[in-house]
Design a protein. Structure first.
Length: 313
């Protein structure tokens, strides 16, 4: 019987989401007949993996260490196959500043932005440049941590007066922040498995202006439409853009690409890529797979098979 170690939990602010993802994965793997060992990732991870000796690791660890490439480096060092992308792709997805620069350099549409470290504000007087940034991006703008997920620390600033508090909120999650042009429109996501784009999902928050942490994970806070009600041309374009990002970042196994469709122009822009998509009851990847005719258990089994086969695409 193939032993699978499900890596979950950890120490990041996304710990609870990770535990929920990992729990669902464990249940699915047990139904599929695997020998499943759940591991709450802590300081003794390497020692625990050596004791467990899994044939493959299922990465359900959200947040830093699970998504920034650290865990993947360790697993490669230990010679344990694992689900999802490798260290370099994870690092590209995790750092929104790096990701946006790569997309812009490659000619892929992403909202205009500026990024600064906490040190730039403290030691280089970056605060004095805020009026110019605000003028070029125009209000409202989105202020968010450069690294992190689940919409944690993201704030809207509809005026210059709201920017300082938004920066303080973002800096409480990371030492680098992104100030980004806000795109008013439809929140879309394209999940990709083994280089194949799944149906587009649209997230429509109920009675909310923003698809925030609570809207993402509390059942009933968001209506999900999958497949999204888009024209054939928009659907094809969204999937094409997602695959362009997948290839640019060097992803493999599975990833989710988040996009916006501008309400005024209809233009599609890429917000970010997620190398360890959520697998909770409200997560977008399982919904997209289901719309493609792939049930949750089959999806999890497929990801394990890809890892064992050493798939690099």
């Amino acid at each position: 019987m193939t032993r699978v170690a499900v890596l979950k939990g950890g120490r990041s602010l996304e710990r609870q989401v990770s535990l929920r993802s990992g729990g669902r994965v464990e249940d699915a793997l047990e139904r599929l007949g695997y020998d499943v060992v759940g591991i709450d990732v802590r300081g003794d991870l390497v020692r625990e993996l050596k004791v467990v000796e899994p044939a493959v690791a299922f990465v359900a660890l959200h947040g830093r260490e699970g998504e920034d490439g650290t865990l993947q480096e360790l697993l490669e060092l230990l010679g344990i196959p694992y689900t999802g992308s490798g260290p370099s792709a994870c690092a590209r997805c995790w750092d929104k500043v790096l990701a946006k620069h790569l997309m812009r350099d490659a000619g892929l549409p992403t909202p205009d932005f500026y990024a600064f470290s906490e040190a730039a504000f403290r030691e280089l007087g970056a605060a004095d440049a805020l009026p110019a940034i605000e003028d070029r991006l125009e209000f409202p703008i989105v202020v968010k941590p450069a690294r992190g997920g689940s919409s944690l620390g993201i704030k809207f600033a509809s005026s210059a007066a709201q920017v300082p508090s938004a920066l303080i909120a973002a800096f409480s999650y990371d030492r680098k922040v992104v100030l980004e042009r806000h795109v008013e429109g439809r929140d879309l996501a394209v999940s990709i498995v083994a280089g194949e784009a799944l149906p587009v999902v649209e997230a429509v928050p109920n009675d909310e202006d923003f698809y925030d942490f609570e809207a993402r994970y509390e059942i009933g806070r968001t209506t999900f439409v999958c497949p999204a009600e888009l024209s054939a041309a928009d659907t094809a374009r969204a999937q094409e853009l997602a695959l362009d990002v997948w290839r640019l970042f060097g992803c493999r196994g599975v990833a989710r690409i988040d996009l916006m469709r501008d309400a005024a122009s209809g233009e599609l822009t890429v917000l970010e890529a997620n190398s360890v998509p959520g697998l909770t009851d409200t997560s977008l990847l399982p919904q997209a797979a289901d719309a493609a005719g792939v049930g949750f258990d089959a999806l999890i089994g497929r990801l394990v098979e890809l890892a064992l086969e050493g798939v690099t695409a």
